[in-house]
Design a protein around this ligand. Structure first.
Ligand code: TAP
Length: 453
């Protein structure tokens, strides 16, 4: 029997909508429809597929305010962030709408003939999305997959299905055939697991925790199924004494507290050169007190609530009564899953807030002596997703950027995602890359044909 899930507004704890949960049988039926729809979608001419993706992008553009308000209600994202996220789906669709006409092979003269290569779509692609960025992460999977000629089944996180459901409607309005792009709200252990186990799904794109990512990879290995993994991160914000300390301190809260710290790229470890440590902390304190926490629908709000009561409990476990709190911002009392921006100064590098991802508005600040120490401390984790380097010395910026084992680094900035450029992790932060010029090709196989002359 189909059961349902009450989607809560994390800022008010009120039910926003009740969504039916897709069963394993319904998932199998959806995969079968996606398989049946594949040959016709593959054969749509590149120009027509490009046009359909641009129409989808235009439909998203026309719906941005609605999508953004839906995300505010479902995920507690600030309205400014939610508008950016919906706009990102539009931009990523537009960017990959150029791919169908550019996914061309090579011709390679060889002794006795010529080889011609083709970039063939895979078939059905399963995209599994976490709750922290429901719109962009969905788009990073489905846009290049559709562009390359695959059909897509998409599973949003159980907690945050509403914008994904709306994106499914917009795709249909734009003329994308119903079975080419299907959104299946439901549980990871049911719908997501079928994407992994069902032999009709040729590739799984998973974004989520490293723990579940390892299970997905093991499950896919059983069928040599293609997989892209975007997993957790423990990212250092390295501040050198020669940097613009005012700017580094003023932007550090954005680097970690944006989206209430529920960001795989959150810079939740700030490493500050010892000679600048006291000054940096002096500057950081008013910046943290200045973070506006409250109603995410208010244009002035900079940080909303956490996603759920259970997640707030997990984040709170990093700040017990005897935690080394340097200072904290404020948060509403409730209802809602609020947590104040919190700065810790742990004396011991083995403190859980130094070592773990946290995934909430908690940051640990730790001093370092020399450049090599900063690189060593930033790399003392099995994650390798992102990080920032603040310095006025360009040589040092590149030395440190080359030394830090992470996929996405920024110098004098906390920007991690630019859709024109590849995004993904080193070590246990993931496998493969999304976005950028090569992502559509990652949804194809190279076929090599020899023509004897
Ligand atoms: P997870 O618990 O791993 O869930 C992610 C998605 O996987 C959800 O849709 C979930 O469904 C589904 N899932 C759970 N168990 C599954 C299974 N056995 N088989 C298939 N699918 C399954 O992560 P989360 O708590 O939602 O997200 C937070 C994590 O995501 C953090 O660690 C964060 O760093 C990471 N993250 C990484 C990135 C990048 S780009 N690297 C971006 C955002 C987030 P349910 O909703 O039903 O649980």
């Amino acid at each position: 029997m189909t059961s349902s899930f009450d989607v809560l507004n994390p800022a008010t704890e009120e039910v926003v909508r009740t969504v039916p949960l897709t069963t394993a049988e319904e998932t199998d039926a959806a995969i079968a429809r996606a398989q049946a729809a594949f040959p016709a979608w593959r054969d749509v001419t590149p120009g027509d597929r490009a046009r359909l993706l641009r129409r989808f992008a235009n439909a998203v553009e026309a719906d941005i305010e609605h999508l953004a308000r839906l995300e505010v209600a479902n995920s507690g994202h600030t309205i400014g962030n939610a508008r950016w996220e919906a706009g990102n789906v539009r931009d990523v669709l537009t960017y990959y709408s150029a791919a169908p006409e550019r996914l061309i092979g090579k011709q390679i003269p060889v002794p006795g003939g010529v080889n011609v290569t083709f970039q063939e779509p895979l078939g059905v692609v399963g995209v599994i999305v976490p709750w922290n960025f429901p719109m962009p992460i969905a788009g990073w999977g489905f846009a290049p997959a559709l562009a390359a000629g695959n059909t897509v089944v998409l599973k949003p996180a159980e907690l945050t299905p509403l914008t994904a459901i709306r994106l499914g409607e917009l795709a249909r309005e734009a003329g994308i055939p119903e079975d080419v792009f299907q959104v299946l709200p439901g549980k990871g252990s049911v719908v997501g697991q079928r994407f992994v186990d069902h032999p009709g799904v040729r590739k799984v794109v998973f974004t989520g925790s490293t723990e579940v990512g390892k299970q997905i990879m093991a499950g896919c290995a059983a069928q040599v199924k293609r997989v892209t993994l975007e997993l957790g991160g423990k990212n250092a914000n390295i501040v050198f004494a020669d940097s613009d300390l005012e700017k580094a301190a003023a932007t550090a809260p954005y680097g970690v507290f944006d989206n209430a710290g529920q960001d795989c790229c959150a810079r939740s470890l700030i490493l500050v050169q010892a000679s600048a440590y006291d000054r940096f902390m002096e500057l950081l304190e008013p910046a943290v007190h200045g973070v506006v926490v409250g109603d995410p629908g208010d244009e002035k709000t900079e940080m909303g609530p956490l996603i759920s009561a259970a997640h707030r409990e997990k984040v709170a476990s990093y700040v017990p009564d005897d935690a080394p709190v340097a200072f904290r911002g404020s948060a509403p009392a409730g209802p809602g899953f609020w947590f104040p921006p919190t700065v810790l100064t742990p004396p011991d590098l083995r403190h859980p807030a130094v070592a773990d991802e946290v995934f909430g508005p908690v940051v640990a600040v730790v001093p370092f002596a020399e450049e090599a120490d900063a690189v060593r401390m930033a790399n003392a984790t099995e994650y390798g997703l992102s990080g920032s380097i603040w310095t006025r010395d360009a040589g040092r910026a590149f030395r440190v950027a080359r030394g830090v084992e992470a996929g996405n680094l920024s110098v004098n900035s906390h920007s991690s995602v630019r859709y024109w450029t590849p995004f993904g992790g080193f070590k246990q932060s993931g496998l493969g890359r999304e976005l950028g010029p090569d992502a559509a090709a990652a949804f194809t196989e190279t076929k090599n044909v020899f023509l004897s002359t």
